[in-house]
Write a protein that binds this ligand. Structure first.
Ligand SMILES: [Zn+2]
Length: 208
């Protein structure tokens, strides 16, 4: 979320001249102020590192992940079963329509209704999987860089209420020219540390 206007940030590709990094911005066309951008990878790293560090310190979260509800797996299986039924139902409606046994309008109504139900079902499955994600993540040692996109998304959805990004700090340099005495790698490391500090000052994470 944009710290200037409160709008949600959307992703965009930074141009070739800016080394093709993915970014987030507060875009005017989605109702934002248009005055804020942030590097996606650096923001993601900061958010995960911070949340995981507090997770390791926070006994309440650790307890939550240790409490394995025995009904959990059964409920998850039940929801997955419901989902499969609905998908089968939609397939049947479509094939009845193709065979000329169901009017198009009725098929469309059924499919729309099924899709609405599927959406709410998916939401419930996701939130249950989120709990599993947390237990699995803690068991694996919380190495978030090795996680796939859906595990990352579930993890953040489970633990983070909001990430607010503010403008680059006033008076802090945006670029660091390479010193003659330093190597390319040393310069890159210095830039990353500087960017990281910029992100640290700009970002507020509200956990659940
Ligand atoms: Zn904004």
């Amino acid at each position: 979320m944009c710290g200037l206007c409160g709008a949600s940030l959307t992703s965009y590709k930074r141009g070739k001249e800016r080394s093709n990094r993915a970014g987030l911005r507060c875009a005017k066309h989605t109702g934002g102020c248009g005055h804020l951008t942030v590097d996606y990878e650096r923001l993601e790293s900061y958010v995960f590192d911070t949340v995981i560090a507090s997770l390791e310190e926070n006994p309440r979260w650790q307890q939550r992940s240790a409490e394995q509800d025995p009904a959990h797996d059964a409920e998850l299986a039940r929801l997955e079963g419901q989902k499969a039924n609905l998908e089968e139902h939609a397939r049947r409606a479509r094939s009845l329509f193709v065979e000329g046994l169901m009017p198009e309008q009725e098929m469309r109504q059924q499919v729309t209704r099924i899709n609405t139900e599927l959406e709410s079902l998916n939401g419930r499955i996701d939130s249950m999987l989120g709990t599993t994600v947390l237990s699995a993540a803690m068991a694996d040692g919380l190495d978030w860089r090795s996680w796939n996109v859906s595990r990352r998304r579930n993890f953040i959805r489970l633990l983070v209420a909001q990430v607010v990004v503010d403008k680059w700090p006033e008076g802090m340099a945006t670029g660091l020219p390479k010193r003659a005495s330093e190597s390319v790698d040393d310069h890159r490391a210095r830039v990353e540390a500087h960017q990281r500090e910029g992100i640290r000052q700009r970002v507020t994470i509200k956990t659940k």
